[in-house]
Design a binder for this molecule. Structure first.
Ligand SMILES: NC(=O)c1ccc[n+]([C@@H]2O[C@H](COP(=O)([O-])OP(=O)(O)OC[C@H]3O[C@@H](n4cnc5c(N)ncnc54)[C@H](O)[C@@H]3O)[C@@H](O)[C@H]2O)c1
Ligand SMILES: [Zn+2]
Length: 371
């Protein structure tokens, strides 16, 4: 059941590529690599958690395809998304005499994908890489779109490059070993796609959440595919994030602020985004962009996924200050993405006074706070 391959094309002229989604795809990687690799050198970059489950299979597949793989196993976690880690990858590539046509494979979540993509972007001014994403966040978001990079002590994702992969190969069965917390956090991004672009996806999530939470193969395939389609479409319209791509930032203005205020420890990214989806919807309602029913539907779906919609006790000043630090803020202006209905958003600046007024209603136990 569900062994049918799904394809989503990312149309970026000469940099176009396909996302292939198929349960069990990991056992066919060799065949796929054969049709892609133009030399026998490949480096598989993964982290310890993912490596424990899947590295042996992937190495076997590479060998079967006649490739000579080197494995680079990184320590897991966001704290390792650094230039130092990229340096370690580059050291191996140089030592192994990798060339312009050699291939990198990112086997892991968004952290592995971002560092591997960045290493591929800068080694010899750019070598090809493929993404084999293993978290829900990576399958529906980070592996698609070509943004690569690392964190800096003074800011998340501060250093990076656009570098598109040759292919994205998604095996949804790999999600079975993902810790539940990570799985649920990824659902925030899927919900986001429904709100910004697809009311049908949103209704589907409302109906199918129990099946999705049980990881039913068909239900998972469907949400991964639809999310990839939406991201691919937005990216194709605006590869370098001038305007249209901003809509992907819905839930992230407040989300990023909460994530930063929690020191990237108390809330993981998707959890912060889940709260951001609800609060930004309520802020949209406060500005007259959408009605209460829209906010309530967003709040309900976020809760049904097992995500929190609760505002942490951070003060207004801290949240606003953290919002200013987002690198998408230009010239001190916070530009928000506001739902006008499910499936539709508009982009508009947010004044501090408006934010403050709204924040007081939330802090006073108004609509923004969970009951
Ligand atoms: N490039 C982009 O466009 C983009 C978009 C969204 C997020 N991101 C980045 O992605 C990162 C977050 O990615 P993430 O949420 O995938 O986190 P992650 O890569 O840290 O993975 C989460 C945890 O799950 C483990 N794991 C991964 N796959 C597993 C599996 N199949 N089974 C068991 N354990 C597994 C990892 O080892 C890690 O401990 C952030 O750094 C964020 O900035 C980038
Ligand atoms: Zn996100």
């Amino acid at each position: 059941m569900g062994r049918v391959e799904q394809r989503v094309s990312v149309s970026l002229k000469e940099r176009s590529y396909d996302i292939v989604i198929k349960p069990g795809l990991i056992d066919e990687l060799g065949m796929r690599l054969q049709s892609l690799a133009s030399t026998e050198r490949i480096a598989i970059v993964t982290d310890r958690h993912v490596g424990r489950y899947y590295l042996r299979t992937v190495v076997g597949q590479c060998r079967q395809a006649g490739l000579r793989p080197v494995s680079i196993v990184l320590p897991p976690g966001e704290k390792n998304k650094t230039l130092t880690t990229v340096g370690k990858i580059l050291d191996v590539l140089a030592k192994e005499r990798f060339e312009r046509k050699s291939l990198l494979m990112a086997l892991g979540g968004g952290v592995v994908g971002d560092v591997t993509g960045f290493a591929a972007a800068i080694y010899q001014r750019g070598i090809p890489f493929v993404q084999v994403p293993t978290t829900l966040v990576a399958q529906v978001d980070s592996s698609v779109g070509g943004k690569t990079g690392v964190d800096h002590r003074l800011g998340k994702n501060l250093i990076g490059a656009f570098h598109q992969p040759e292919a994205v190969w998604i095996d949804t069965t790999l999600l079975r070993t993902l810790p539940k917390r990570e799985w649920i956090a990824g659902l925030a991004e899927v919900i986001k796609y429904g709100i910004i672009a697809d009311s049908k996806l949103f209704s589907h999530l409302e109906r199918k959440m129990p099946a999705i939470l049980k990881l039913e193969p068909q239900a998972v395939m469907q949400i991964v595919k639809r999310s990839c389609e939406i991201k691919a479409q937005v990216v194709a319209e605006d590869e370098r994030e001038s305007d249209r791509r901003r809509i992907l930032n819905y839930g992230h203005t407040i989300g990023h602020a909460l994530e930063a205020l929690g020191g990237y420890r108390s809330l993981i990214h998707g959890e912060a985004v889940g709260i951001g989806l609800v609060l930004e919807a309520d802020l949209a309602r406060h500005q007259g962009y959408c009605d209460l029913k829209t906010v309530d539907r967003i709040r309900s779906i976020v809760r049904s996924a097992g995500l929190s919609d609760r505002l942490t006790s951070s003060s207004l000043k801290k949240v606003w200050a953290a919002m200013q630090h987002d690198k998408k803020v230009s010239q001190g202006k916070v530009v928000g993405v506001w739902p006008s209905a499910i499936g539709q958003v508009r982009i508009a600046p947010l004044e501090r006074a408006t934010f403050a007024e709204w924040f007081h209603t939330v802090s006073a136990g108004g609509r923004g706070r969970s009951k």
